[in-house]
Design a protein around this ligand. Sequence first.
Ligand code: SF4
Length: 342
Amino acid sequence: MKDEKSEKKDQIIGLGLVSGGLDSLTACLLLQLQGTKVIGLNFTSPFCQYDKKTSQPDCNLDLFQEKLGIELHYLPLKDDFLEIIQNPKFGYGKHLNPCIDCRIYILKKAKELMKEIGADLIFTGEVLNQRPKSQHMRALMIVEKETGLEGRLLRPLSALQLKPTIYEERGLIDRKQLLGIKGRGRKIQMDLARTHGLLDNYYACGGCLLTDENFANRMKDYLKFHKNPKIEDINILKVGRHFRYKNTKIIVGRNESENNKLLTLKKPNDFIFEAKGVPGPITIVQEDYSKNSLKYAATLTLRYSDFKQLKGQVIYGTDYNKLTEEMTIKIENDKILKHYLL
Ligand code: SF4
């Protein structure tokens, strides 16, 4: 961080946490309007449902570059983030979302980048009381304290509701040009974005999978069975129907696109099951397995295939081009089959 003297000589550089949504976009705009150079930092996360290819055109990071000319840095979440999910100091939100710890984690990484690139301050698009668990006044204060950013974390959208940061006190940031938004409404942000030709309509971004009950159940199961969790394992949790049969994890594709994804995400030693001679799912078997769990995986594969009889064949192996093992299976009733669904 530059000292006060040198800060005054240069154009102020603000490093903003940007998600791709309206709040971070308008926070960046507010600082640009008062002459601050803005650099964006986006955390790429397997828990984020925002997908550049499929999301609404008005809700993506391209706007930051195209309309505001902001240079973006991307940081991927690392395995240490999974330790936070396992054991968050400040607890969870509604499901498995450790929001306060998550903000602390991200801001600590942002602090490192701020030093690296010579930025003067960090800012976010947070709005006071927009999220009941993580954006109330106490949560905002905890985050500042835990990151060592007390009085140094600028929130342009809610600044007038908060104590001035040192940047406002020193006159490096003009507090009068910041806002005092509070709560969930997005009208002020939307009006601002429209006035400056950034957006015509508001689209909500995809959100965080850790707040989704079904995904949270899969994640809890994953963490229970993996003492050294890896970020690279998370993507497969988003695809297909998931079953836990004792120590075995079984994933059944729901359509062709999921089948293809499962084949790309499987690990070399995972088993692949497929119904013989009829269209149906790709089933992946992971972790410890037994004769019974393989039989259960085969039954699920046949059950979710187009097979109409009670008895049929399933082929399996670890190489999709050489599914040389075969099993004859009798389909059981759905109640038994769904018993192990996560
Ligand atoms: S919703 Fe997800 S990404 Fe957002 S703060 Fe909470 S845990 Fe982090």
